[in-house]
Design a protein around this ligand. Structure first.
Ligand code: BDP
Length: 716
């Protein structure tokens, strides 16, 4: 009897362990049964005999997702029918298919939903049901995912009046994935694209990837690295791409590719890739035709040209516009687009900050209408904090796309917890003053300021074949945030963090409050222990892992960290005012006025724009040197505090992910100390000032930090 009892207890234990283990694979689509019994019962009364009217591959996706979601969340096996019965309380369908006697006002509302918007309403005229309506199947897909999000985050669904349309048209991931499955700047394992086994082998991951993206409104993906390999454009590989496109189509996701500018030479046997050469133009036309014959809804090309050694039109004395327009002409008959990247710094200039602006603003107005210029958020390169790129606000005749980096190349890579939404929003909310006050970067991007219908936001993917997709459990939140903000950049970081936590971990209020605080503090914390006060690009050369502010051995000045901080005995920082490189002159006066006086410039941007003395008095009253110390120490303290906050959450989190995050935070604390000590010891060689005695002093020497090597750091 006793043995039996023990066995039973063991079994119970085993069950509870299996239930709670979570490897993170399900992302924010866990659909676990709602634990609040009262709410669960209420939902069950509110959702009866759901009906999905319509028939298409996307409708099948919608149906499967709804059934999967309700099966998990409510533990009820529904089969959605395609007719509405009296007892039906949830009706899903395209406005035209729903014979619900909509009023004139409601019909107009429905029309305004456009191609991808949806409404979820319990108050439609004469219909006492929950109605999810849209003009297209894609709209329904987004509507159903939103509805499931409401349930997962345990919202009251008794009265709903949601009207939602995306602010941005192309909401994309950019994979920097190579054909050999390495991922440039990837920290989450090998590329998820198993090119070798494609097209015949369809990994379940491809489907799960598409679902996850659709759930947050992402509608396109660039499969391969911007440092492109022409092989992707061969028939052999296009067949593989087509197989992926077939998987993604039912989820409303289009496939895009990067195009290597010199492909006509490399795989086409031509002698030149000159964009004005008739044979080259014809080659691309035929190539594009071939692509569309295999992938009728192919999205278009993303192109990195004349940047970091990539071939481009300048190799033939042509402009970026000449290059982009050649692709635009080839794609136009099929409604494909060109995303031409503005990340260039090959031209000689006295300041890398200024180069994209110098190269592209003279071309404003010269691009064909299906070209969008893809600009990184800041002028340099995805640094922990950058002022917005001066191209935003300076190209009124060219639609501009935003490129954010989800993968944390400069943000602690695979091991640091950094929630990027606050950083993205900092850029999106910045005012360019392009057309007067309120011309935020977001409004430049969404096309509203200059009346463009084409708009795009891209996130450089942080996805790999790690079981939890992104390596760090919290890195999933950055993928999530990209999708949500591209749909609606007015969502707050708080809201995004909350809903992500509720879906990915737990709806427990204590848990969410603490974890959300951790997330919201995390970006500023990293800035403080890595690059406070406007420092930038002081990472190790090449792999960019760890601090190397002393780096000065590479061939070009702007490849070396010392170029970016310019520390000397007089002070530190890059003078970009009129007495320096005058990069500030690339902004509208209202913007440069905010930053061009070192006594008024916000601390965050001080060293971006000014070379100031070590004794410069900061807004806090401290000297620059002491403020630098203060920030570095505050960063380390804050990450230690975040570590403690996480440790207090053990009882709310499955053991697997709790321990993962705990170990990663231990690494992060260690590395924060490393960053702080290495940077302060190095800058001290110029300031010749002590680290204030009240701080714990570095326990290693500068020489020690300088001796560290990481030959196999990932992502390089
Ligand atoms: C830099 C990366 C490099 C990319 C480049 C780009 O270090 O690997 O190829 O950006 O965006 O941040 O093209």
């Amino acid at each position: 009897m006793l043995i039996k009892k023990q066995l039973f207890v063991c079994l119970l234990l085993l069950i509870s362990i299996t239930v709670s283990a979570d490897d993170g694979y399900r992302l924010w689509l866990r659909y676990d049964k709602i634990s609040n019994i009262a709410l669960l019962n209420k939902y069950k009364q509110q959702i009866i005999a759901p009906a999905i009217v319509g028939n298409s591959t996307i409708i099948t996706t919608v149906k499967n997702e709804l059934e999967k979601g309700l099966r998990g969340l409510l533990a009820v096996n529904y089969t959605a029918t395609d007719s509405v019965y009296n007892k039906t309380t949830l009706v899903i369908g395209k406005a035209g298919n729903l014979n619900l006697g909509f009023t004139v006002i409601e019909k107009t509302q429905l029309k305004n939903l456009g191609e991808e918007g949806f409404l979820i309403s319990t108050t439609m005229h004469g219909v006492h049901k929950i109605v999810i309506a849209a003009n297209t199947d894609r709209g329904l897909l987004y509507g159903v995912f939103h509805f499931l999000r409401l349930l997962q985050t345990q919202q009251d669904i008794s009265t709903l009046n949601i009207f939602s349309t995306p602010k941005i048209k192309y909401r994309l991931l950019n994979h920097w994935d190579n054909l050999n499955r390495t991922v440039e700047r990837g920290y989450a394992g090998a590329s998820i694209w198993d090119w070798h086994k494609l097209p015949d082998y369809i990994d379940q991951r491809y489907i799960d990837y598409a679902r996850a993206n659709a759930s947050i409104g992402i509608n396109g993906t660039v499969l391969n690295n911007v440092n492109a390999n022409a092989t992707i454009l061969t028939k052999q590989y296009l067949d593989k791409v087509a197989a992926l496109a077939n998987v993604f189509r039912p989820y409303g996701i289009k496939v895009f590719l990067t195009a290597r500018f010199s492909a006509p030479i490399e795989i086409g046997g031509l002698k030149t890739a000159d964009p004005l050469d008739a044979a080259v133009q014809e080659w691309w036309k035929q190539k594009v035709k071939e692509i569309y014959s295999l992938i009728p809804d192919f999205g278009g090309f993303l192109i990195k040209a004349n940047s970091e050694g990539q071939p481009g039109p300048q190799d033939y004395n042509r402009t970026h516009a000449d290059g982009a327009n050649m692709f635009a002409d080839a794609l136009a008959p099929y409604k494909g687009i060109v995303m031409w990247r503005a990340f260039v710094y090959s031209q000689q200039s006295n300041d890398r900050f200024k180069q994209a602006y110098e190269e592209f603003t003279p071309l404003d107005g010269q691009f064909k209408s299906n070209v969008i210029l893809q600009v990184k958020n800041g002028p340099i390169d995805f640094q922990p904090r950058e002022p917005f790129s001066p191209l935003f606000g300076a190209m009124p005749k060219t639609p501009l796309a935003m490129e954010f980096q989800l993968t944390q190349e400069y943000l602690g890579q695979g091991t640091h917890l950094v929630f990027e939404a606050p950083m993205f929003k900092e850029t999106l909310n910045a005012d360019t003053y392009e057309k007067g006050k309120g011309s935020t970067v977001a409004k430049v991007i969404d096309g509203s300021i200059n009346n463009f219908s084409m708009s795009a936001i891209a996130g450089v993917s942080n996805i790999g074949s790690d079981i939890n997709w992104c390596s760090h459990p919290f890195a999933q939140a950055n993928w999530y945030a990209l999708g949500r903000l591209a749909w609606d950049y007015n969502l707050s970081s708080e809201q995004i963090a909350t809903e992500w936590l509720q879906q990915s971990f737990s709806t427990n209020k204590t848990f969410v409050a603490v974890a959300e605080k951790m997330m919201l503090q995390s970006h500023e914390t990293l800035v403080n222990y890595m690059t406070p006060l406007g420092l930038a690009h002081i990472m190790y050369n090449g792999h960019h892992y760890g601090p190397m502010p002393w780096g000065n051995t590479l061939g070009r000045p702007d490849w070396n960290p010392v170029y970016y901080h310019k520390a000397d005995s007089a002070g530190i920082g890059f003078n970009r005012t009129i007495t320096g490189t005058n990069a500030l002159g690339e902004y509208k006066n209202e913007v440069s006025n905010l930053w061009n006086d070192s006594n008024k410039c916000a601390d965050e941007y001080l060293l971006w724009f000014h070379h100031v003395s070590w004794n410069h008095i900061m807004h806090s009253g401290r000297t620059l040197w002491n403020e630098l110390c203060y920030k570095y120490y505050a960063g380390v303290d804050a990450i230690k505090n975040i570590q403690q906050q996480w440790n207090s959450l053990e009882k709310f989190v499955d053991a697997e992910r709790f321990i993962q995050v705990k170990q990663l935070l231990n690494i992060q604390v260690k590395e924060a100390v490393w960053w702080r000590n290495a940077c302060l010891l190095y800058f001290q060689t110029f300031s010749k000032m002590p680290i204030p005695a009240n701080y714990e002093q570095p326990d290693k020497t500068l020489a020690y930090y300088q001796s560290l090597r990481f030959p196999f750091a990932p992502g390089n």
